[in-house]
Design a protein around this ligand. Sequence first.
Ligand code: NAG
Ligand code: NAG
Length: 622
Amino acid sequence: MQFQCFTGYLSLFIVFACQFGILTSEIIQPKCRDSEAPFSPAGEIQFCEAYADFGCCTHEQDEAVRIYVESEWTKLESVDSNLLPYCYDYLKNLTCLQCSPYSFGMFFNEVVNGEIKFAEHPKLCDELVTDITNACPEIARHFEVGANTIGDERADDSDGSCYPIIESEKPTGELDGVCLKELAGGLRNPLALVHAGDKSDRLFIVEHIGVIRIMEKGGELRDEPFIDLQEKVFTTDTPGDERGLLSLAFHPKFSTNGYFYVYYSRVASGEFDHRSVVSRFTVHATNTNKADLSSEMVILEINQPGATENGGQLVFGKDGYLYITVGYGGADDEMAADKSNLLGSILRIDVDTEDDDEPYQIPIDNPFVNVVGARPEIYAYGFHNPWRCSVDPGSLPDGTIFCGDVGDNIAEEINVIHKGSYYGWYHREGHLCRLNDEEKEMCDNLDDMHNDDQLPIHFYEHTPETGNVNAVVGGFVYRGCQSPNLKGFYIYADYILGKLWYLTQNSSGQWINHDLSFGNKDVCNYGYQGPWDKHHFILAFGEDEQGEVYMMTTTSVSNTDPTGTIYQIVDPARRTDPSTCSQIDSITIGEEEFPVLSAASKCTMTYALMAVSVFSQFFSSF
Ligand SMILES: *[C@@H]1O[C@H](CO)[C@@H](O)[C@H](O)[C@H]1NC(C)=O
Ligand SMILES: *[C@@H]1O[C@H](CO)[C@@H](O)[C@H](O)[C@H]1NC(C)=O
């Protein structure tokens, strides 16, 4: 029986094969038996040298293979003392196949109720089976190959998943499209995913409607919300309503002070549509999974003239100050360039020191503190709708702040935020002037008008395929451990197009834009997803404490519809040696806890500990 999704086959069989994912091309992709990408081992591979550069075994696993092979060889020798040295090579080489970057395919057996079942031994191609059976019958018996088992369908050469045929192409490990790993669903417009910086590995998900949920490591959502602000938050279930709970930022010292900050819309009186509120809340004294609704301290309130373009990002800079993004408010185009109001600006405040009048202070080096008529909170201005921003912790010394500035009707921008700069709204979108001919001079001569005029690092014009409606979703610079091919990429998206890109800087400092495509079904499978088959809106990105990047989407943008999903972005072609990607401060051996002091000691102690657990786990899968 052949497992191929091939049009000539009976359709019933194709359905079966596709449903269970038994598609040859999927199986013969480089992949490890944990369904994840191969890697370059960080520690030395002394035994299975064939996989020293790229494969599926860590240093500890390689050691485990060596010990296993040596003990098996001793056992075999005691049965047949005439075994040839050549046969030892067979035992070694075939045992080492679990370190092959193709180990998934060689050991893949079947999928039962969505669970992948692996065979005990690798699939060997017919020619090898003949040779091994003739030359080293003991080894053949050990691997259960031979006359009695060749008839088994797994031993069919034709699907290309047997050794050595499967290894005929050397995997490049180069980035060729990312996959998505679904972690949680059923969320109502998830707009932010934030970690608390408290080493708890919890992720806090902001639901537009006014609720913050906790997602545990591994993707499990806690039933009880962290905080439910629905009685305070003003929004409607109209698809596309921009008002609601928009963001969350944990104080850098959250572990000790329990403070976190939210940005939400509240009902306003009189001429205003609503107010944007920035408030501080405090986590419950004894239950860190619960925040105290009565602990609200309002930090800042901004009257909003319209229902749209509210900005709404909160983020702590590496300088410890709170940055707040505010859209131009959807009413008066002139507001963003006018520094006497907070609209269309990015604000920077010090929330650690209270002033006589305000629950915050102005950092003394804010750019407009001494400018008459300007609000001293303003750090940069001239924005249309700086909707999602992030700090790149990997860039020195201050941590670059990137913002996607959602445009009006011409272009979408990605900006790097500089102190005191003017970002062009409403004269420009991208590099494009939006004024009529008479006014154009204002635009062309912007340098004369604004000395601090700042162009985006990248912009794209609105696309006909979405009816010229677009909205950029600012993302993150990938600083995670798991996907080394993505390191340093600023990943962002378009909400309507459902498309991802990344920006990198070349050696002369120019920003270069690249498509970040999704891998096809052959590589994004078994727990991963590739391109979407139905229309999804990309709402936002998030980052965990290890720097892994997540994406939030929804199929319905009404904030009462629980169609929001959280995905982790992963590279199916290459990952980092998994033994080096854990962030641990201490380890427990027996009853005792040992602090892990430096990166080097962390590695040694982790290895020591892992060698034990890996060894037992590894062999339970033989
Ligand atoms: C074992 O692997 C080595 C290195 O790849 C190769 O040179 C040798 O021919 C192999 N031996 C057998 C018996 O498969
Ligand atoms: C960087 O990119 C710019 C714009 O594409 C290009 O003109 C420049 O030559 C590049 N510099 C290098 C060193 O590649």
